[in-house]
Design a protein around this ligand. Structure first.
Ligand SMILES: Cc1cc2nc3c(=O)[nH]c(=O)nc-3n(C[C@H](O)[C@H](O)[C@H](O)COP(=O)(O)OP(=O)(O)OC[C@H]3O[C@@H](n4cnc5c(N)ncnc54)[C@H](O)[C@@H]3O)c2cc1C
Length: 416
């Protein structure tokens, strides 16, 4: 065992840990900063992000893009290092970003590797020590700050940053161990759930539709009340449903379930019209095309396989001519189009979730510095906090913003 003393030890070298290290050294080049990461290689999650292209941030980031702790605190932190500053920061370190649909910003290289390499190179240029295969097992308060234990050594530092992420995609190294470290230093944890996770459905309706993607509105009813409506692209899969709109609604489904509330999910295939307008549309079509099969009319509204599956499921013959569609069947169809119930068995869990909801409560942090209110000298950044963003680059923006605030917060304190 060797003992080493540093000014700042950052536990976790993902997006938030790297950003914190860079901004801490930029603010205070005289301070020794080390990142300790339990994984053999740094940045596995950055590399898989955005389908391997890394959606670094979004042109428009507001508090409405996040769930979790106080909106007011989230707003203050984001305002310190908004998306424009992230864009400029990445340009400075050699990564130019371009905009794609829904305001998503990706590196021009279309490679997440470019983002990771640039962050690591900048940290190294600034003299940050990076130790991989170095999992922190415990952190204890000591008269001079903190003592950290890893399998091979003890380290001491007056300031420690927890940047250990959440529980999503645990094979990347983010296995929730950071919550135990935070707890041991006096923090509470808002119960966690997977967020941005695909959903497993009961029944077999989805199985035949695997691979089909379509724009829909998802409506989540909790205890019978429609509490969340989200529009976007849904992907049918062999296990159920995925795609951006499903990932986004999954955290609300989990939140209802963890609170013991009855949650029901429905798909609205025609979100821009109501029941009467939808029924009238079918009546008008029947008048104009009385001999057309209902299957071909429906295939003009939905992907053909979804139309066929829906008719079969409703017990309506796909070949029935529009002129012979009974009033009851027409109404059944309208109901199906506007409120197709899907029974969620579960989500695919942390192994497939892009982010974790819950974590260290924001009101246990000083938002001007990211320093813990429970344990002075401890700082917390990134996904370990009780904040989760929707799909679109918002989770990385949270990592950059909290890293910036911590990097600045660490400096004056230490240089006094
Ligand atoms: C498949 C996938 C795709 C995604 N795509 C995007 C995207 O395109 N855009 C976006 O904004 N967000 C995306 N996200 C979310 C985003 O990657 C995370 O929100 C972000 O990486 C969190 O950063 P972090 O630094 O807080 O935590 P992490 O990236 O999870 O890093 C935590 C680090 O801490 C280390 N660690 C944990 N415990 C210890 C310990 N005890 N000792 C030492 N080290 C430890 C881990 O090894 C890990 O390296 C995606 C996530 C996934 C899973």
């Amino acid at each position: 065992m060797s003992d080493q003393r540093l000014d700042i030890v950052i536990v976790g070298g993902g997006a938030a840990g790297l950003a914190t290290a860079i901004f801490a050294r930029r603010n205070s080049p005289e301070l020794s900063v080390a990142i300790l990461d339990g994984a053999a290689k740094l940045g596995a999650k950055i590399l898989v992000s955005g389908g391997g292209r890394c959606n670094v941030t979004n042109v428009k980031v507001t508090t409405a893009d996040f769930q979790g702790g106080s909106r007011h605190i989230i707003k203050r932190i984001l305002a310190e290092f908004p998306a424009e500053d992230a864009l400029e920061f990445f340009r400075e370190i050699g990564v130019n970003l371009h905009e794609e649909p829904n305001g998503k910003l990706f590196p021009d290289s279309n490679s997440a590797r470019t983002v990771l390499n640039a962050l690591v190179a900048e940290a190294q240029r600034l003299g940050v020590s990076i130790l991989t295969d170095c999992r922190v097992q415990s952190i204890e308060k000591s008269p001079l700050g903190f003592t950290l234990q890893t399998p091979s050594r003890f380290l001491a530092a007056p300031k420690v940053v927890l940047a250990t992420g959440g529980l999503s995609l645990p094979k990347t190294g983010s296995d929730g161990g950071g919550y135990a470290l935070a707890r041991s230093l006096g923090h509470s944890i808002v119960p966690t759930t997977p967020a941005l996770a695909p959903l497993i459905l009961e029944g077999q309706f989805h199985a035949a539709l695997s691979g089909i993607s379509q724009d829909v509105e998802l409506v989540l009813h909790v205890e019978g009340e429609p509490v969340t409506r989200l529009k976007g692209s849904l992907l049918w899969t062999h296990f159920g449903i995925s795609g951006p709109v499903v990932l986004d609604i999954s955290r609300f489904w989990h939140s209802a379930r963890i609170n013991g509330r009855r949650a029901e999910l429905g798909i609205n295939f025609l979100p821009d019209i109501d029941f009467a307008a939808c029924e009238q549309r079918l009546i008008d079509t029947g008048t104009r095309q009385p001999t057309s099969a209902v299957r071909s009319i429906l295939a003009g509204i939905l992907p053909a396989r979804v139309a066929e599956a829906m008719l079969n499921h409703l017990g309506i013959s796909p070949t029935v001519q529009m002129a012979h569609l009974t009033r009851d069947d027409r109404r059944k169809l309208v109901h199906g189009l506007l409120k197709w119930p899907v029974v969620v068995k579960d989500s695919r869990g942390y192994a497939y979730a892009e982010v974790t909801a819950g974590g260290v409560p924001l009101d246990e942090i000083n938002s001007a510095s990211m320093e813990s209110r429970q344990c002075p000298g401890l700082f917390l950044v990134g996904e370990i906090l009780d904040v989760d963003g929707r799909i679109g680059g918002f989770n990385f923006q949270w990592a950059w913003s909290t890293g910036f605030v911590a990097g600045r917060g660490l400096a004056p304190f230490l240089s006094r």
